[in-house]
Design a protein. Structure first.
Lengths: 107, 121
């Protein structure tokens, strides 16, 4: 099983900045990626490997890392950013793993 | 554009088998490792299995090891997941996903829309 830990839920006021975190020992060795998932839809990558945004992802999404913690920051959250967010990296076995997910509510 | 389209899901009894397929297009299929990832109803994402671009290496989550087999046919641009001895806890939406390369095999840069597998008597 993955050993990446996320807060289950986070909320942010419209237009404000929110940070979603992911903790795990493997993050000291491997960068995290982040995926957005809206109800009934497949996950969509928003940040690859620390802080690379796929084409089409707004620049309000950014990634960072320090020690055993990776963060996804949304600067100026929009209503359409309300979704579940999953971090991903390798687990302690070297296999891919996901965090438990964070439900983001935009107020 | 990259497209991944899963098929083969459905309702199956415990202990039975099912094979999922994922048809790939819009990229050179034989150039990328490929994964299966699943999501039980109301739960988070769980990695299931990965296969190297030429099919020579496969790795599995402990929860499916010995029961599931990942394979690919690069001539048909298709990824497969053979699921045997299915259990109720295998009920999930199964996604196929692409990795950019083996160095970043733990990264998923494109996903299919998923196919639902329900294991129930």
């Amino acid at each position: 099983s993955s050993e990446l830990t996320q807060d289950p839920a986070v909320s942010v006021a419209l237009g404000q900045t929110v940070r979603i975190t992911c903790q795990g020992d493997s993050l000291r060795s491997y960068y995290a990626s982040w995926y957005q998932q809206k109800p009934g839809q497949a996950p969509v990558p928003v940040i690859y490997v620390k802080n690379n945004r796929p084409s089409g992802i707004p620049d309000r999404f950014s990634g960072s890392s320090s020690g055993n913690t990776a963060s996804l920051t949304i600067t100026g959250a929009q209503a359409e950013d309300e979704a579940d967010y999953y971090c991903n990296s390798r687990d302690n076995s070297g296999n891919p793993g996901f965090g438990g997910g964070t439900k983001l509510t935009v107020l | 554009q990259v497209q991944l389209v899963e098929s083969g899901g459905g309702v199956v009894q415990p202990g039975r088998s099912l094979r999922l397929s994922c048809a790939a297009s819009g990229f050179t299929f034989s150039s990328n490792p490929m994964h299966w990832v699943r999501q039980a109803p109301g739960k988070g994402l769980e990695w299931v299995a990965v296969i190297s671009k030429d099919g020579s290496n496969e790795y599995y989550a402990d929860s499916v090891k010995g029961r599931f087999t990942i394979s690919r046919d690069n001539s048909k641009n298709t990824l497969y997941l053979q699921m045997n001895t299915l259990r109720a806890e295998d009920t999930a939406v199964y996604y196929c996903a692409r990795a950019p390369n083996w160095n970043y095999v733990h990264v998923f840069d494109y996903w299919g829309q998923g196919t639902l597998v329900t294991v129930s008597s």
